[in-house]
Design a protein around this ligand. Structure first.
Ligand code: CO8
Length: 258
């Protein structure tokens, strides 16, 4: 069904793989459109409790497609940017956890895709960077905003102005990734985390994502009120009753997702 990505469901997990290894999985308009379609599938499928995003071959994603972008005028570039923003924001706003399993180059739009995910696990061989200024543009899939929110303004400026490529250890040190593992252990580590999250109450994980992501840009007073609303949603759910009853009865919970 898809030509430039792969989307599979195994158990409770969705696997979204960018699949243009000959172009190091560069994001062109076709990839972005297929990603938008796959995200609709993911959103509609209650069986999918967590999603792992990765790249086929030696790259995660080496950026937006430079060959395609080189031919775009301002109007066309803006349209491609908006398609990219739509994908990144859908991941960011969908109340399901997305884990980026960063297997190799995560540059430009690739770093932006990883940053749109909730959690990033990197192979020790992964490389990160925002090389756009060397091409005469700036990060255009929300990297100027997400990078500064993740690593702070100064480090975001350092990386974006210099276009320096950093390794996985440095990405971990600055808070751009949450964990670094040996290349062979990457998918196992991502699956272990995804399965752990999938074993928790889906409604609680969803409300945690909403509270963290939407609260992050609010003042503390409004954000704490958002947390109250999100926790109230949990208290109104069957799964809150189930989770607490299971604890008291010393048994595993059976989530109903409502
Ligand atoms: N776009 C298109 N093709 C690419 C890209 C890319 N981003 N990256 C790699 N490729 C292609 C190469 O052209 C090459 O193709 P071919 O075999 O036909 O020559 C193939 O992939 C393999 O690449 P290399 O031979 O270069 O592989 P190396 O291992 O020697 O180098 C690198 C790997 C260092 C990753 C190198 O490929 C590289 O520097 N790639 C470009 C990285 C980059 O600058 N990325 C940022 C792009 S800009 C961006 O992402 C902006 C996002 C927001 C834009 C919004 C506007 C619409």
């Amino acid at each position: 069904m898809y030509e430039n990505i792969k989307y599979e469901v195994k158990g409770n997990l969705g696997y979204l793989t960018i699949n243009r290894p000959k172009a190091l999985n560069a994001l062109n308009t076709e990839v972005l459109s297929e990603l938008a379609d796959a995200l609709k599938e993911i959103e509609a499928d209650d069986a999918v409790k967590a999603v792992i995003v990765t790249g086929e071959g030696k790259a995660f994603v080496a950026g937006a497609d430079i060959a395609q972008m080189s031919k775009l005028n301002a109007v066309e570039g803006r349209a491609m940017m908006q398609a990219g923003h739509k994908v990144m924001n859908t991941i960011d706003q969908m109340p399901k956890p997305f884990i980026a399993a960063v297997n190799g180059f995560a540059l430009g739009g690739g770093c932006e895709l990883a940053m749109a995910c909730d959690i990033r696990i990197a192979s020790s061989k992964a490389k990160f960077g925002q090389p756009e200024v060397g091409l005469g543009i700036i990060p255009g899939f929300c990297g100027t905003q997400r990078l500064s929110r993740l690593v702070g303004k100064g480090m975001a400026k350092y990386l974006i102005y210099s276009a320096e490529m950093i390794n996985a250890e440095e990405a971990f040190r600055i808070g751009l990734v949450e964990k670094v593992v040996e290349p062979d252990a990457l998918m196992e580590a991502a699956e272990k985390l995804a399965n752990t999250i999938a074993s928790k109450a889906p409604i609680a994980v969803a409300q945690a994502k909403i509270a963290i992501n939407n609260g992050f840009d609010m003042d503390l007073k409004s954000a704490s009120q958002l947390e109250v609303e999100a926790t109230t949603v949990c208290f109104g759910s069957e799964d809150q009753k189930e989770g607490m009853a299971a604890f008291l009865e010393k048994r595993a919970p059976e989530w109903k997702n409502r």
